[in-house]
Design a protein around this ligand. Structure first.
Ligand SMILES: *Cc1c(COP(=O)(O)O)cnc(C)c1O
Length: 387
């Protein structure tokens, strides 16, 4: 049995491990200086004014919604072509998740479709940079500005990417931006996330929400009885990460650009190998986009190939190649159907993309030989089923 190459995986190097071991020997393994150290690095990297590191992107999206004041009765617009967490975060705030269909070219939320879904209750737009490819932020920003809506970017796939030459997280066309450091994402601490913003008040609120709602900031207190004093002014959570995770993230961030360079060179080889393969469409990168390629997601017309996706994936698997379908359109989930009345057919572009979607292995640690293996296996499997 050949070792299966997964669709994505982390790259933890010896120097990362040494950093974590060092952090573990410190006096404080949580709420210590490493958290602020990594936040500083992330600010420098993205160009955002403030960064708050949290236990996951899901946690980050949740507190971003609360900091933005999203509440029951409000509506938030996001894409169906995403992981559950993007829409769940709107529900966490008690608001109604509303989907806007995707642009079939980029698979990202379509600005024209956003406009169609806006009501008097709409308060927030959550664009997701699918596979790392930035959304059409100029158009989304123009819509939000006209209607005074808040934009919270779900950049779980997009740390290290750029939009029109500005890093994702620079906040030139959004209010907050949320990153994920889950193990399959561009950089990782196993679990982890961050929210960046340029809004000082939101920054303080995000920090409080991360830790039970408590503050030790004298300027934000009613009184101060002594050095032990803290106050709670809102209901928060424990969404902290540990110091050794923050140290691992700082170490991973220093490698992020080289990881992305490596991934982009693999993408170039995949694109060249697969472009023109019958019934297979390679991903696009628009002129405004620099994608960190969290995923390499192809569109495959399985009907035309005369094979089920399951059988196609089995055949790849026999060649030692893992693959994955990302994502099942969120509005088709029982939770969203039962609670909000969505149904199959509501978002045809996202549903059509789902039928064709298949992500094949892409991560910085893939060797040249691995890349060759993927190309050979994928081409072989496509030929097997052709006709
Ligand atoms: C992974 C992911 C999340 C959630 O990230 P966690 O850090 O695992 O909570 C949110 N949105 C998208 C688009 C994701 O892919």
């Amino acid at each position: 049995m050949k070792k299966i190459l997964p669709y994505s995986r982390q790259w933890i190097r010896e120097k990362d491990i040494r950093t974590v071991v060092k952090a573990l020997r410190d006096d404080f393994i949580t709420t210590g200086w490493h958290i602020e150290h990594f936040e500083e690095k992330l600010r420098e990297y993205t160009g955002a004014k403030y960064a708050v590191v949290v236990s996951s992107a899901s946690a980050g999206l949740h507190i971003a919604m609360l900091a933005a004041g999203i509440k029951p009765g409000d509506e938030g617009i996001t894409t169906p072509n995403t992981f559950l967490a993007s829409a769940n975060s709107i529900c966490y705030a008690g608001a109604k998740p509303v989907f806007a269909d995707i642009d079939p070219e980029t698979k990202n939320i379509s600005p024209a479709q956003i406009e169609r879904r806006i009501t008097r209750k709409t308060k927030v737009i959550v664009p997701v940079h699918y596979a790392g490819h930035p959304c059409d932020m100029d158009a989304i920003h123009a819509i939000a500005k006209k209607r005074k809506l808040i934009i919270i970017e779900d950049a779980a796939h997009a740390v290290g990417g750029s939009y029109r030459g500005k890093k994702i997280g620079a906040l030139t066309r959004s209010d907050m931006c949320v990153f994920s450091f889950h193990a399959v994402k561009n950089m990782t601490a196993g679990e982890g996330g961050a929210v960046v913003t340029n809004n000082e008040e939101w920054y303080h609120v995000l920090r409080e929400l991360r830790s039970h709602g408590l503050t030790r900031d004298k300027a934000r207190m009613e009184k101060h009885e002594g050095r032990w004093w803290y106050e709670q002014h809102r209901l928060g959570f424990n969404y902290r990460i540990t110091d050794y995770q923050a140290m691992l993230l700082a170490s991973q961030l220093s490698d992020l650009d080289s990881f992305i360079r490596r991934k982009r060179s693999i993408v170039k080889r995949y694109d060249e190998a697969f472009d023109g393969t019958p019934h297979v469409r390679i991903p696009v990168e628009k002129e405004y986009a620099f994608s960190p390629y969290h995923l390499y997601a192809l569109e495959i017309d399985f009907n035309a190939l005369g094979v089920s996706r399951e059988a196609f994936m089995d055949a790849l698997s026999k060649e030692g190649i893992g693959s994955q379908v990302l994502y099942i359109p969120v509005h088709t989930q029982p939770y969203y159907r039962k609670n909000f009345g969505y149904k199959q057919g509501d978002y045809p572009a996202a549903e059509d993309h789902y039928q064709r979607n298949l992500a094949i292995p892409l991560y910085a640690k893939l060797s040249d030989a691995d890349v060759q293996r993927v190309i050979r296996a994928f081409t072989k499997v496509c030929r097997m089923f052709k006709g």
